[in-house]
Design a protein around this ligand. Sequence first.
Ligand SMILES: Nc1ncnc2c1ncn2[C@@H]1O[C@H](COP(=O)(O)OP(=O)(O)OP(=O)(O)O)[C@@H](O)[C@H]1O
Ligand SMILES: [Mg+2]
Length: 237
Amino acid sequence: MSLLEIKDLNVHYGAIHAIHDVSLEVNEGEIVTLIGANGAGKTTILHTISGLHKATSGSVTLEGHDLVKTEPSRIISLGMAHVPEGRHVFAQMTVEENLEMGAFIFSKDKSGIQASMKDVYERFPRLKERRRQLAGTLSGGEQQMLAVGRALMAKPKILLMDEPSMGLSPLLVKEIFKIIEEVHKQGITILLVEQNAKMALSIADKAYVLETGRIKMSGSAKELMSNDDVRKAYLGV
Ligand SMILES: Nc1ncnc2c1ncn2[C@@H]1O[C@H](COP(=O)(O)OP(=O)(O)OP(=O)(O)O)[C@@H](O)[C@H]1O
Ligand SMILES: [Mg+2]
């Protein structure tokens, strides 16, 4: 059984049929990337996995638990965390308060929260330095680190990341991808949505190409990287 399994997923926004019969699998320990152009439906798929938007039909399971019928807060406690597109840190809260929000499922376990916070600060010394700063005043790259740190506070088995490289300078993009690899080495499975197909394929085990709500191609990241259609459409070569 895969850690995360999506079967024949269909998602609508009113009359708009955004996702058509999508199936995908993420095995424990993998980095899987979902690449596709603007409007392909990447965010919609992540929102549906996290329970923020409900599927019209099909199934989404995490270790066999049906997520389609599960509340988002319960989905977090099953071991799924989501780094949303555009980061969405709580601008009027400090860095530390943002991190605490990520651990709200353990809100009674003060020492557990402290231990998670220590781990996050070790991974991101920059966040520790700035722990009393309002999140809205952090730079774009720092906000992305905070969004990742906040997700890690929930001690997830699997991390969904929606375009973590968006809007960052090439140097910071490299840094974010390094962080993703480090988080993965720590034993966390990753489903990474990216428009930066080159970087995403370079760290992923497996990849799916989404076009207008449908999976057009899938395979090992290596295979897709050397596929002519992928190279033309997504790698600019
Ligand atoms: N709340 C909504 N109401 C109506 N249509 C929506 C809504 N959210 C998304 N859509 C539509 O669903 C389709 C998929 O959007 P989605 O945001 O999932 O794409 P995406 O692949 O994440 O794109 P991007 O790379 O630009 O973030 C688009 O055609 C979009 O206009
Ligand atoms: Mg999106």
